[in-house]
Design a binder for this molecule. Structure first.
Ligand SMILES: Cc1cc2nc3c(=O)[nH]c(=O)nc-3n(C[C@H](O)[C@H](O)[C@H](O)COP(=O)(O)OP(=O)(O)OC[C@H]3O[C@@H](n4cnc5c(N)ncnc54)[C@H](O)[C@@H]3O)c2cc1C
Length: 386
């Protein structure tokens, strides 16, 4: 279904071949047990796909974000799911942009080799939700370390990560001029911390996502693990968000492609009243509309990636891409389930699983409402609504 000239055709083809070893049965079995796709993640790691954004000097492939987007889109377009490991691609960006030379040397080559997993991102808390600066987890400086107390929620892949990037308050909110100040970013070595102040509790969700609650109880984090300057962590996290939005949008494009391919194949094949159901406009139109939505969203993802790679501002494009792509994926999912009639609900068609998986993107990593608020305020100049 791809027709534009594609600079990443070879990468897509190679990823497609890798994904062919992980068919629907593989994902279905994991989904049933809520198990982590270890073999899939290992294959991606060994093939080097998770380190494409790490510069060559630090052991990665040094490719641009459009290559990473092509990889994730293809993973999703083949029916696989990148959520188990996509963060390994981009969380390291905070160390790359804001870490010390010693941190870059200590972590990036190992992350590039797949010897270290940095794919847990501790930002969201149960009481603060989307209002990130209201987070309560506190890191108090004590000699050569910080003592961390608090709780995170929805820390995905926490059980399958060696390191976590943690956002915590280091100055109480009532002692800073702006609420975005006084937050700091830390690299937490989860292997050393488990049982020494760090507890992980998995949350069972409607899809297989390996997400967790994480508790900090007097956890000591070496001061050397502070990223950048104390108090500037919120800015560092924001810097990584455009990349995250573009890559998640690419996954949504992949989902939309997968659903539409399934819809078309089934609508051609399934005969009711003596003719293919796809001959009915009532069946065709939702599929065609979702396809059109996907194509428009894909252009916005591409535009965002191009601007990102050129070092231009891309907040509007990254947010718009995420919004449109998540909507396109959801429209394609709706059409696909409907086209399959009763069979859409049967596990063996994979439609119901992908349907559950793609619903997440209306809420995480940022909800549709908050993107609309961003566009209204920062692009259109309307008053801040919250
Ligand atoms: C499966 C899963 C994985 C996740 N992984 C991670 C992770 O790895 N790391 C991490 O830090 N977080 C993670 N998250 C958290 C995710 O980023 C948040 O769930 C998301 O940002 C929404 O926050 P919330 O759930 O607290 O919702 P709330 O902030 O409580 O919002 C609830 C609803 O109200 C709406 N709302 C809130 N405020 C406004 C407003 N001002 N205007 C209009 N509407 C508003 C929201 O759009 C939302 O629909 C994950 C979440 C899920 C479900």
């Amino acid at each position: 279904m791809t027709d534009e000239p594609d600079a990443h055709a070879e990468i897509r083809e190679a990823v497609r071949r890798l994904c062919a070893d992980f068919p629907g049965e593989y994902w279905r079995a994991l989904d049933r047990d809520r198990a982590y796709p270890t073999a899939f993640v290992r294959a991606l790691t060994e093939a080097g796909y998770l380190s494409v954004l790490i510069p060559e000097e630090h052991g990665g492939a040094g490719l641009g974000i459009s290559a990473a987007a092509a990889i994730l889109e293809t993973i999703h377009a083949t029916g696989c799911n990148g959520a188990a490991c996509h963060a390994q691609m981009y969380i390291m960006g905070t160390i790359l942009r804001h870490g010390s030379a010693a941190q870059k040397q200590a972590y990036l080559p190992q992350i590039a080799r797949g010897a270290l997993r940095l794919q847990a991102f501790g930002v969201t808390e149960p009481t603060s939700g989307t209002d990130t600066t209201a987070l309560r987890t506190f890191a108090r400086r004590d000699g050569d370390s910080y003592v961390v107390n608090g709780q995170k929620i929805w820390t995905s892949r926490a059980e399958h990560s060696d390191l976590m990037l943690l956002l915590a308050r280091t100055t109480p909110r009532d002692q800073v001029a702006k609420r975005t100040e006084g937050l700091s970013t830390f690299i937490v070595d989860m292997r050393a911390s488990l049982g020494a102040g760090l507890t992980i509790r998995p949350i069972r969700t409607m899809m297989n996502h390996s997400t967790c609650e994480v508790f900090f109880d007097d956890l000591r984090v070496p001061a050397a693990n502070l990223v950048g300057e104390e108090g500037r962590g919120f800015r560092y996290i924001l810097d990584g968000m455009n990349a995250e939005r573009l890559l998640i949008a690419a996954e949504c494009i992949g989902d939309a492609r997968w659903f539409t391919e399934k819809s078309v194949a089934y609508a051609r094949d399934r005969k009711v009243f003596g003719r293919p159901i796809g001959q009915n406009q009532g069946v065709q139109f939702p599929i065609a509309r979702a396809h059109a939505q996907m194509r428009a969203a894909a252009l916005m993802v591409r535009e965002g990636c191009t601007r990102f790679e050129a070092g231009l501002r891309c907040g509007e494009e990254a947010n718009t891409a995420k919004l449109l792509a998540a909507d396109a994926a959801w429209a394609a999912a709706e059409a696909c389930l409907q086209v399959h009639g009763g069979f859409g609900f049967a596990e063996e068609y994979d439609v119901e699983r992908k349907y559950r998986e793609t619903r997440l993107y209306q809420v995480a990593p940022i909800s549709t409402n908050l993107i609309l608020s961003y566009l209204a305020e920062h692009v259109l100049g309307l008053p801040r609504s919250y």
